[in-house]
Design a protein around this ligand. Structure first.
Ligand SMILES: CC(C)(COP(=O)(O)OP(=O)(O)OC[C@H]1O[C@@H](n2cnc3c(N)ncnc32)[C@H](O)[C@@H]1OP(=O)(O)O)[C@@H](O)C(=O)NCCC(=O)NCCS
Length: 275
């Protein structure tokens, strides 16, 4: 087996106080990689949602989701976690001891500093699609900013993909959202849609990127993604995005080639179009 990647400093820092967890029925655990890149999920953090003892942890997951997705009105009901994620797939994330998080976070999770429990600070949910090895990234949430841990979202996403043994990842993200910077670390991102009326927010893009061990290892070592030359700048407004969507529908292969660019006239996306 290839050597595990040498974690870059901020991910090593996160592991000083965080441990990985999974939430999945015990009958599915054998299908998961419970030591992604050698980082073992402790037995006490293998959470089975079908048993009563998991109730408090599942409440914390719901609170984590409400804190990260609530402001965008996209928080999930508990039954959605159970039906659409915990049974068909697995939740993955990083958790910390109450003594290692801020009083504000302890208050939100209703835990006392001396309690010997683990509270979830980040979450990755990807659901298998009918295409073998392909997963849809349904949720990445992180309280890294509140917990003073840089890069927690990226770290969680990379390990979460490995736990599921995903080969490719598809997901939806808003053009103006903070998450796009995180997804780009796994890039370049192939665009499957640029304007998406099927989503509650049509200014959503659908991306695809690989998740093989070499790519995830590169992210964990913080090595730059392979560069792609853009062929045009597309304005991130309804007209620009619909134009790009039409090209995708015509069969052009479009890739987000770099970070969005702020200009006096608005925000632009550097796109590589291959016809
Ligand atoms: C999007 C989200 C998951 C990002 O989580 P995060 O913990 O802030 O994680 P990131 O990995 O993006 O890293 C945060 C910072 O660390 C930096 N970072 C990440 N990896 C790094 C590395 N290897 N080396 C140095 N810096 C790194 C990032 O550039 C970013 O820096 P900035 O704050 O100066 O911009 C979080 O903001 C969130 O929960 N948002 C709400 C829910 C949401 O929109 N989810 C995405 C749905 S698609």
């Amino acid at each position: 087996m290839a050597q595990p990647p040498e974690l870059c400093p901020i991910y090593r820092d996160a592991l000083r106080i965080c441990r990985p967890f999974i939430v999945a029925p015990q009958v599915h655990w054998e299908h998961l990689d419970l030591a992604p890149f050698g980082i073992k999920v402790p037995k006490s953090l293998r959470i089975d949602p079908t048993v009563l003892a998991s109730q408090r942890f599942l409440t914390w997951i719901e609170r984590l989701d409400a804190q990260t997705f609530g402001p965008q009105a996209m928080a999930m009901e508990r039954w959605v976690f159970y039906d659409c994620a915990e049974w068909p797939s697995a939740l993955f994330g990083l958790a910390a001891r109450p003594r290692d998080i801020s009083p504000m976070l302890r208050e939100r999770f209703e835990v006392a500093p001396q309690e010997k429990v683990w509270v979830p600070l980040s979450l990755h949910v990807a659901i298998p699609t009918v295409a073998p090895g392909e997963f849809f990234e349904h949720n990445v949430g992180s309280l890294g900013q509140e917990a003073g841990l840089k890069g927690l979202g990226t770290f969680t996403k990379a390990l979460g993909c490995r736990v599921l043994r995903a080969r490719t990842l598809v997901g939806a993200a808003q053009w103006n959202g903070r998450a796009l910077t995180m997804h780009r670390r796994f890039g370049p991102l192939e665009l499957l849609t640029a304007f998406t009326p099927a989503h509650s927010y049509p200014r959503t893009l659908t991306y695809r990127h690989g998740t093989d061990a070499a790519l995830l290892g590169r992210v964990l070592e913080d090595k730059a993604a392979p560069s792609v030359e853009s062929t045009q700048l597309v304005k991130v407004d309804e007209r620009g995005l619909i134009g790009l969507q039409r090209r995708i529908e015509r069969g052009d292969r479009c890739t987000l080639a770099g970070p969005l660019v702020e200009r006096a006239r608005g925000l632009y996306a550097p796109i590589r179009v291959a016809t």
